[in-house]
Design a protein around this ligand. Structure first.
Ligand SMILES: Cc1cc2nc3c(=O)[nH]c(=O)nc-3n(C[C@H](O)[C@H](O)[C@H](O)COP(=O)(O)OP(=O)(O)OC[C@H]3O[C@@H](n4cnc5c(N)ncnc54)[C@H](O)[C@@H]3O)c2cc1C
Length: 813
């Protein structure tokens, strides 16, 4: 056994497949001073009992890129390391037994095709041809991914470890890490019973143990173990190795050939969280199966393959796996403890993700920032409450089953709700609000009219709220709408160097007068957009930063980390300010009746902010909008919130103030072409590509992060442009990830979509790629544009400018 060194560049905690892959990829990148420490024996956590499916397709392009890479890696790992991996590529079939599921599958097949993953849509008969022993009476259609694969998880882990060692990495088992060394607010190494090991970076890949381990150092890691089941039959005659993996999501089951036996895996809709009081110190754990829980699901599975009734079961297995509140894993550097990187919470796709995850995290450690857009799995998307035991236990009941559930547009969680409520919550509920959840906030998404239930009826077509949202949208465009925007995150940056800090971070010029609201992006060194927000100078040395609810933790820590030694102090004041948007052409007249402040264009121009009196309250009004109309956001100290609300709605009762939800806001912002971080813009998109060059302070005196990269891009021209698309067909609904074609050639995917109630069209934003420097107005105008939805292409108009009020006259009216 290798000796325990007293220092290493990187220490990896955990010898499951994920830790092994990170070690392998660090080694491959030339970082050989790496030490991987496993508590007991390699793979003894969750990896040893995984079924070993390696699918290529995930819900989004970037996660698909990771999983696809895993498959490629596993296909050549045996040749590279000499270690068997059990890699096979029998392909996979996903069945649809409802029209809606078939719709969903065909949408994913289109994304697969776009990403170069072979995918074919099958009739029930064709699917039957590939899996002749299955029952297809209820099958509507299927999608076949001929290159999907499977591996032996233990063998792949051993191969990755062997590969890592070939690159010079040291790996040790039966060496538990007892704790972290923390110095000066960052990780300095790990402690073991054999001594301390100093390290520049530590990677926590400790599987289900990671939450409690990280909690000891104030790092919230929201993952919770749950029971996860499969059954294995006795050998079945004639069952060939080439039998495709079969998924039957409507019936919560998958089937996989396993050494001539069949493995029947389950994704039950109501899961059973495990080890609520903490994960025990066990290895190769097996949980006693709860027969009452799984028998109905197995019976359902057997209806797909009736011949299984005649086959004896060899084993009913139940093992623990970690689940996160949103079914995506947790990756990246802990914002509250620099130097600690995390890769955990794999929601039953850790085998298929591990290859890509190892590469992505190794690059992140080496480069100092992520080398691809990983926002959807980034550790910073979670807030501390997400890691609460009770929250996790309740949410985990739902998340396991969601993997095979319908991924409806706008689907809301049923569990762990009501976490954060604005002061207006009860009043909005009385008005018929149907709430959706974002970052724990209950936000009104739409208002049901009297006599209708405030609830979703999901569909890929127009959903029940469509006409109600249309009315809210119309009120915003023609009258006055009230939006509860309390969930917006608000930070105060104060101090002598506050401007300097913001100048360095912001692409826009922050040397502004008091009262100016600046819309800006914060960029990474490559010019990609890390944050999209507004900053208002409210005093000479005090700035109010407003960003979205979903990026609160991320943006706060991004700003905090950039302060360094500067004299500036950052405070999260989200809880102190409730926010109401009063939006629409009638908003000036409406508010003028409530305040003595002069709201005229001269006294209160667009993109400025003032304190005004409203009722008995002194509140901050900000003339800014996300719906593309004249309007003010009102930032109200929480203790005044209900008073101000009642003043406003009393007035509104008489003057037709319409309560509006976030779906109306989304419809308005899409028409106006306002971007949404996380969908339309992110770390891999520059302001130039995103059409946000107008928000960059090209002439500003101060240097800012990403400047060099975007100036270079400006010279050579971008290789992709964000366009707005419209389809005037009442049957078409756009959401995101629909393929975009120019002159019959696929050039991109939509990034967000919805119905534009004023334009009377399905509207989407999306990037089109082409020759750098050539993607100008002529290129756009001369193309024939189409968007594909479930295999059918629809003619679309494409434009760099917004279809609604492109000159922003209404906003400045
Ligand atoms: C029944 C079942 C079927 C599954 N099927 C599939 C599938 O088909 N495809 C798929 O992609 N995924 C599948 N999964 C999920 C997959 O098994 C996991 O996502 C994956 O194994 C997670 O790997 P990991 O390395 O993160 O965790 P683990 O394998 O649990 O590894 C973590 C390691 O860290 C070690 N450790 C913890 N604390 C310390 C410490 N303090 N010091 C040192 N070491 C420590 C542990 O001992 C452990 O070995 C399945 C899971 C289950 C339960």
């Amino acid at each position: 056994m290798a000796e325990l060194p007293d220092q290493a560049q990187v220490v990896i905690i955990g010898g499951g497949i994920v830790g092994a892959s990170i070690a392998y990829h660090l080694g491959k990148l030339g970082v050989s001073d790496v030490l991987l420490l496993e508590r007991d024996r390699y793979t003894c956590g969750t990896t040893w009992h995984a079924a070993g499916l390696v699918g290529q397709l995930r819900a989004t392009e970037n996660l698909t890129r990771l999983c696809r890479y895993s498959l490629e890696l596993y296909s050549m790992l045996e040749a590279e390391t000499g270690q068997a991996t059990g890699f096979r590529q029998p392909g996979a079939i996903s069945l649809a037994t409802t029209a809606e599921r078939f719709h969903e599958l065909r949408r994913t097949a289109a994304v697969a095709d776009h990403l170069g993953i072979e995918a074919e849509v099958l009739t029930p008969a064709e699917a039957h041809g590939l899996w002749p022993r299955m029952e297809i009476g209820d099958v509507v259609g299927a999608v076949h991914l001929p290159k999907d694969g499977m591996v032996s998880p233990v063998d792949v882990t051993m191969a990755l470890l062997a590969g890592a060692r070939q690159f010079g990495v040291t790996t040790l088992q039966r060496m538990p890490v007892e704790g972290l060394l923390v110095e000066g607010g960052r990780v300095a190494g790990v402690t073991t019973h054999q001594g301390n090991i100093r390290a520049e970076s530590v990677v926590l890949a400790g599987g289900m143990w990671s939450r409690d381990f990280a909690a000891r150092y104030g790092v919230p890691l929201p993952l919770h173990a749950a029971e996860h089941y499969y059954a294995i039959t006795q050998p079945i005659e004639g069952l060939s190795e080439d039998t495709p993996i079969l998924r039957d999501p409507n019936h919560c089951a998958y089937f996989k050939e396993d050494a001539r036996r069949l493995l029947v895996g389950l994704f039950e809709p109501v899961a059973r969280p495990w080890a609520m009081d903490g994960i025990p110190d066990v290895s190769f754990a097996e949980i006693p199966a709860n027969l009452d829980h799984v028998t109905p699901l197995l019976e359902q599975a057997y209806r797909r393959l009736p011949f299984l009734h005649d086959v004896e079961l060899r084993q009913l297995f139940c093992g623990p796996e970690s689940f996160t509140p949103d079914d995506n894993f947790i990756l990246g550097e802990a914002p509250t403890l620099p130097g600690l990187f995390v890769a955990a919470g794999f929601n039953s796709i850790g085998i298929q993700a591990a290859g890509g995850v190892g590469k992505a995290l190794a690059e992140w450690i080496v480069e100092g920032e992520a080398t691809m857009d990983l926002a959807e799995v980034d550790i910073r998307r979670f807030e501390p409450f997400h890691a609460g035991r009770r929250f996790l236990a309740h949410r985990t009941v739902e998340t396991l089953g969601l993997l095979y559930g319908m991924h409806w547009p706008f689907r809301q969680y049923d569990t762990a709700r009501g976490v954060k409520q604005s002061p207006f919550h009860a009043r909005l509920a009385d008005r018929g609000a149907c709430f959706g959840e974002t970052a724990g906030w209950e936000r009104p998404n739409f208002y049901a009219p009297e006599g209708e239930k405030a609830e979703y009826r999901y569909s890929y077509a127009r959903q029940n709220f469509f006409p109600w949202t249309a009315e809210e949208h119309r009120a915003t465009r023609e009258g006055v709408g009230l939006y509860d925007q309390t969930s917006y995150a608000k930070f105060l940056l104060q101090g002598r160097d506050a401007e300097t800090v913001l100048q360095r971070l912001s692409a826009a010029d922050m040397a502004t007068p008091v009262g100016k609201v600046v819309y800006t992006q914060w960029l990474n060194a490559s010019g990609g957009i890390e944050a999209d927000l507004t900053v208002t100078r409210i005093e000479e040395e005090s700035f109010l930063v407003v960003t979205t609810a979903a990026t609160r933790f991320r943006d706060f820590h991004y700003l905090k980390a950039s302060i360094g030694d500067a004299r500036a102090f950052l405070t999260d004041i989200t809880s102190g300010l409730a926010t109401l948007g009063i939006m629409g052409p009638g908003s000036r007249d409406f508010l003028s009746r409530l305040t003595s402040a002069d709201l005229s264009n001269e006294s209160f121009p667009f993109a400025t902010s003032q304190e005004i009196e409203l009722g008995y309250g002194i509140i901050r009004a900000m003339r800014i909008t996300y719906v593309g109309e004249l309007g003010w956001e009102l930032y109200i100290p929480t203790e005044f919130a209900l008073h101000v609300f009642d003043e406003i709605t009393r007035e509104g009762g008489a003057h037709e103030l319409r309560f509006c939800g976030f779906h109306a806001m989304a419809s308005c912002r899409l028409e106006k072409g306002y971007r949404h971080w996380g969908h339309d813009i992110g770390p891999e998109d520059s302001p130039i590509e995103a059409g946000l060059g107008f928000a960059v302070g090209w002439d500003k005196d101060a240097d800012f992060v990403g400047r060099e990269a975007i100036e270079a891009q400006r010279k050579r021209g971008p290789a992709k442009r964000l366009l707005q698309f419209q389809i005037h067909d009442p049957e078409v609904m756009l959401y995101h990830d629909e393929p975009i074609y120019r002159d019959g050639e696929r050039v991109g995917l939509t990034t967000s979509g919805g119905w534009g109630h004023t334009l009377g069209a399905a509207v989407a934003l999306g990037y089109a790629r082409g020759e750098p420097g050539c993607l100008d107005g002529d290129w756009i105008r001369s193309g024939e544009w189409e968007i594909e939805v479930t295999g059918k292409r629809y003619p679309a108009s494409a434009s760099l400018r917004a279809g609604y009020d492109p000159r922003s006259q209404r906003v400045r009216s």
